[in-house]
Design a protein around this ligand. Structure first.
Ligand SMILES: Nc1ncnc2c1ncn2[C@@H]1O[C@H](COP(=O)(O)OP(=O)(O)OP(=O)(O)O)[C@@H](O)[C@H]1O
Length: 231
């Protein structure tokens, strides 16, 4: 069974197509990089998979289930910003997630906070953007989901801390699950992804095993990205 199966997804905002008859099929157990320049529709696609964006046409299934209550319980979604009140401490965020999600593992969350050197007593408003990214990654991966969706999880992290977050993602990720990471920072996620999906003009331009892709082009993914998007 496919982890994700999208058939002919159309979505437009005020007459402008963001996704245009998009087809996408993803196998389970992989880490997928969802890539493309700003505005190409990465967030829109993740929001559709998370069940947060319903105004699309076409068919979407997650592990054989149409988007709805069942799939919402299978998916742990991380938006591109921390959607929690700024006066909450990291520990209070863990409590909130524990209260909200039956599949949340508090011990794992505290273990991940520790591995990120993030004090549980620190308030969100006292955290840098990079620290907030780390908190979000810990919260997202501490749910026992079948599909994890992360929208720009390293957007605020400086290059030094980036490796720390990437290592944390790899460490916290259950290898039987499926993870989709959206980003335009190809170089940063290249070491951990198995599959590369490139979006262009509302469609999937490429959906391929990263190793095979590097072999075919004879260069690393970052260079392939630059060639494909002419940047
Ligand atoms: N709710 C909305 N109303 C109107 N336009 C929208 C809405 N959401 C997204 N868009 C538009 O859809 C397009 C795709 O946006 P989306 O956020 O999905 O792209 P993205 O690839 O995630 O970009 P980024 O890398 O900048 O986050 C953009 O042109 C955006 O302005």
């Amino acid at each position: 069974m496919k982890a994700v199966e999208c058939k002919k997804i159309d979505i437009d905002y005020r007459g402008k197509y963001v996704l245009d008859k998009l087809d996408l099929s993803l196998e389970p157990g992989h880490i997928v990089g969802l890539m493309g320049p700003n505005g190409v529709g990465k967030t829109t696609l993740l929001r559709i998979l998370a069940g947060l964006e319903m105004s699309y046409k076409g068919e979407v299934e997650i592990f054989g289930e149409a988007i709805g209550k069942i799939t919402k319980n299978m998916v742990s979604y991380q938006p591109d910003h921390l959607p929690l009140p700024k006066d909450l401490t990291a520990e209070a965020c863990v409590d909130l997630y524990g209260h909200f999600f039956d599949d949340f593992d508090r011990e794992k969350a505290f273990y991940m906070l520790k591995s990120f050197d993030l004090e549980p007593s620190r308030r969100i408003r006292e955290m840098s953007k990079g620290m907030q990214d780390k908190l979000q990654v810990a919260l997202t991966l501490s749910r026992k989901a079948r599909l994890y969706l992360m929208d720009e999880p390293i957007g605020g992290v400086d290059p030094l801390a980036r490796k720390n977050v990437i290592d944390g993602i790899l460490d916290g990720f259950d290898t039987e699950a499926t993870l989709i990471i959206s980003t335009h920072m190809v170089e940063a996620i290249e070491p951990i992804i198995d599959t590369a999906v490139f979006l262009k003009e509302g469609k999937v331009l490429l959906n391929e095993d990263v190793e095979a892709l590097r072999g075919r082009y004879g260069k690393d993914l970052e260079a392939i990205f630059r060639e494909v998007y002419d940047v």
